[in-house]
Design a protein around this ligand. Structure first.
Ligand code: AMP
Ligand code: MG
Length: 340
């Protein structure tokens, strides 16, 4: 059934609270991306999240809380090193996977005995959590497989007519999803790189990260969501790394250009002039990873709006925030990576 999706301002937050109390979903801003929230303690409400997103039922959700104290009754224990991370990074873009209690409905965790929890660092998200009084299960508010939404208009483009409301808090800050850290194993294991970097975590506690253990194609990925294709625009995406990227991109773009098909390239602002015949999607000033993260999903969506047939993306270094950026780009490229 087609709904009229309401576009609410932060002043209308009371209406969002009402909708959530009635067991329905609302999209809301966080400091990472927009989330599609529902009462985490109401299995029927949570079911609507999966339905609206077209999300596979075996991909568990992150539960958002107003503060760290609220988490206590939903997890069996918080290891001391996890407590250290909560104190340092919450509220913020760090999700911790912990052993769950029976309070957490199975649908939220896709039947796993662990639960992913975080406290978001966004005034509208925190106010919504305080006013409803219950935690919100919330994945990114996009149709499954699409780039995550960093603006209310992205949510409406994907979920307009499918959800009752989006609460508009403007553009999100980080622009990338939270870091997901499994705290049920020793050492802790990074399941998804995000806004809190591996280097920042390792400054405080030992953390293991195996990029090749991405989960894609493996039988039992530790983070079920990682086995699905993600962040994909309609255009075919190629990730091109190395010093010869510009030459390679020009060569590969030729046949498309000759057929008159739209060819885009995502590159740092300063390098735009290397591609006079292609449509440039500017990543921001060279080396500004925060700006790139902030713009990334918007740029991927622009590729569709511009009707591009193919999009070449120049790879970036994988230090700090670059690790999360390259993780998302590899998924957008569906593993079509060319090293020069
Ligand atoms: P999203 O909310 O769409 O950004 O995705 C949440 C991510 O967290 C997905 O990759 C999930 O697979 C992962 N996740 C959520 N809960 C768990 C859990 N209990 N154990 C491992 N990974 C989880
Ligand atoms: Mg998502």
């Amino acid at each position: 059934m087609e709904l009229k999706t309401r576009h609410l301002t932060p002043e209308e937050i009371g209406e969002a609270v009402q909708i959530l109390r009635e067991g329905m979903v609302v999209a809301f801003p966080t400091e990472t991306v927009y989330g599609l929230g529902a009462n985490a303690l109401d299995p029927e409400a949570v079911k609507s999240i999966f339905r609206a997103k077209g999300r596979p039922q075996d991909n568990p959700l992150i539960i958002h809380f107003a503060n760290a104290q609220q988490v206590e009754e939903f997890v069996q224990e918080v290891p001391p090193q996890a407590l250290l991370l909560m104190e340092r990074f919450w509220p913020g873009p760090l999700t911790l996977v912990l052993k769950k209690t029976e309070q957490v409905p199975d649908i939220v965790t896709a039947g796993l005995d662990t639960v992913a929890v975080r406290v978001p660092d966004h005034p509208v998200a925190l106010e919504l959590l305080r006013l409803t009084g219950f935690p919100l299960a919330a994945p990114s508010a996009n149709r499954s497989g699409r780039p995550s939404p960093t603006r209310a208009e992205h949510v409406l483009a994907d979920l307009g007519g499918l959800i009752p409301a989006v609460l508009d808090g403007g553009e999100t800050g980080w622009g990338l999803e939270s870091t997901v850290l499994d705290c049920t194993v020793t050492p802790f294991r990074l399941l998804r790189p995000g806004g809190v970097t591996l280097e920042e975590l390792q400054d405080l506690v030992p953390v293991l990260y195996q990029a090749e253990g991405d989960g894609i194609g493996t039988e039992a990925p530790r983070s079920p969501g990682m086995k699905y294709q993600h962040y994909a625009p309609e255009a075919k995406v190629y990730l091109v790394t190395g010093d010869g990227a510009a030459t390679k991109i020009k060569e590969l773009s030729e046949p498309y250009s000759q057929r008159g098909e739209g060819v885009g390239v995502m590159t740092w602002d300063e390098r735009a002039e290397l591609y006079p015949t292609l449509t440039v999607l500017p990543m921001g000033p060279e080396g500004n990873f925060a700006a790139l993260a902030h713009n990334l999903f918007h740029l991927l969506r622009q590729a569709d709006i511009l009707g591009l047939k193919v999009l070449f993306i120049e790879g970036v270094s994988e230090d700090n925030l670059g690790l999360a950026i390259m993780n998302r780009l590899r998924k957008a490229a569906d593993q079509r990576e060319i090293k020069t």
